[in-house]
Design a protein. Structure first.
Length: 136
C-alpha cells in the first residue's frame, strides 16, 4: 500500500472520491444502502430527501461509482458499489457518529461481514490496523 504523502495522483483520486461522500444527502443514501438493495421510492421514504434532489444525488453516486443499479421491468434498484464503499460508510458512522466509544464502534464496524445483502459473497475484514488500512 502506498502512503498518500508519497503519491500526488493517489491523493487527488482520494480527494475526488471523498467529495462524493462529503454531501449530507449522498451520505444519507449511502448509509441507508448499507441495509441492502433498495428502490428510489424506498430510499426516498427512508431519507425524506425528495424525488428531484434524490435523483440528482443518485446520479452523482453512480458517476463516482459508489452505487450500482439493477433494472427489473420499470423498477431501478440501487446498491452500494462494493465492499470498499460499505466499509468506508460504516467507518465514518463509527468514527464520526454519536457513539461515546468511537474506537469500540470502529472495531464493531470492522467485524461486520461485508457483502451482506448483495450477490457478492461475504468477506471478513481483518481486525485492527490492517483491516482499517484496506479501505484506502
Amino acid at each position: 500500500m502506498t502512503a498518500i504523502h508519497q503519491n500526488r495522483a493517489l491523493a487527488e483520486a482520494m480527494t475526488e472520491k471523498l467529495r462524493a461522500y462529503a454531501q449530507p444527502q449522498r451520505l444519507m443514501i449511502l448509509s441507508y444502502l448499507l441495509n441492502g438493495e433498495s428502490t428510489v421510492g424506498q430510499i426516498d421514504a427512508a431519507t425524506g430527501i425528495g424525488q428531484p434532489a434524490l435523483s440528482q444525488q443518485l446520479a452523482e453516486l453512480r458517476r463516482t461509482e459508489l452505487v450500482r443499479t439493477r433494472r427489473a421491468a420499470k423498477q431501478v434498484y440501487y446498491t452500494l458499489a462494493d465492499d470498499r464503499t460499505a466499509l468506508c460508510v460504516r467507518t465514518m458512522e463509527a468514527m464520526m457518529g454519536d457513539s461515546s466509544d468511537p474506537a469500540g464502534a470502529l472495531q464493531q464496524a470492522l467485524e461486520i461481514p461485508l457483502g451482506a445483502g448483495s450477490a457478492e459473497p461475504a468477506v471478513r475484514v481483518p481486525r485492527g490496523a490492517a483491516g482499517f488500512a484496506r479501505i484506502g
